[in-house]
Design a protein around this ligand. Structure first.
Ligand code: PGA
Length: 247
């Protein structure tokens, strides 16, 4: 099976005001010759404005989370349909900051994935072990379980990706060794093929956690690495372009 087109997605987290859209425009302006798919996931408040600012460019816009329900009396929540309506075509789901800070279990994430499909959004589903779990030798088991539990069978036939983000590597400047990344990505590939058969062989598996221009090439060319989910280094166009150009 040919390698899937790499996806380089930026996760702005709770950062970004209208003035930050200049960085997004800067990313779009620097993409000539790039073959990877590129996405930016700003906070929900900026999805519509960023979608307008990037209309006609190659940069896709995504949300960072969505509610599983379509509408109703759920103060403060944002439905997948609302993200789509605002111009998003993708959504990050199950990020460790959602799992840890908002009690999201694999079952909750799977429901959100179904919501994304219902709304026509392409999900990027995050998995990853904590430092304690890695030290206890449980990384592969934890990640495999998260893949099985967070990816509902309804994903079959739809475009989606999985992002391996070791919790201890997010925002810390620490990264696993290339061998450790390859080992986990291979386990994710095995779980994907177990769940989706041959189709699971074509699902991009992104790496996330302290990716920067200086380490991107090595990580992005590792076996079974099909792109990157980038936090801090996606906030500045020059840094993000440095990563995109390494793909
Ligand atoms: P980081 O975040 O690149 O700032 O480590 C990655 C993420 O949480 O998606």
């Amino acid at each position: 099976m040919p390698a899937p087109t790499p996806l380089i997605a930026g996760n702005w987290k709770m950062n970004g005001l209208v003035a930050s859209l200049d960085e997004a425009r800067g990313v779009a302006a620097g993409l000539s010759g790039v073959t990877a798919r590129v996405a930016l996931c700003p906070p929900a408040t900026l999805v519509e404005r960023m979608s307008r600012a990037l209309a006609g460019t190659a940069v896709l816009v995504g949300g960072q989370d969505c509610d599983a329900r379509e509408s109703g009396a759920y103060t403060g929540d944002v439905a997948a349909e609302m993200l789509f309506d605002a111009g998003a075509t993708m959504v990050i789901l199950g990020h460790s900051e959602r799992r840890a800070g908002h009690g999201e279990t694999d079952a909750v994430v799977a429901d959100k994935v179904r919501a994304a499909l219902r709304a026509g959004l392409e999900p990027i589903v995050c998995v990853g072990e904590t430092l304690d779990e890695r030290r206890a030798g449980q990384a592969l088991a934890i990640v495999t379980e998260q893949v099985r539990g967070s990816l509902p069978p309804e994903l079959a036939g739809h475009a989606f990706s999985v992002a391996y983000e070791p919790v201890w590597a997010i925002g810390t400047g620490l990264t696993p060794t290339i061998a450790e990344i390859e080992e986990v990505h291979q386990a994710i590939r095995t779980a994907l093929m177990g769940a989706f058969g041959g189709e699971g062989g074509g699902v991009p598996i992104l790496y996330g956690g302290s990716v920067k221009p200086t380490n991107a090439a090595e990580i992005l060319h590792a076996a079974e690495v099909g792109g990157a989910l980038v936090g801090g280094a996606s906030l500045k166009a020059a840094d993000f372009l440095g990563i995109i150009r390494a793909a």
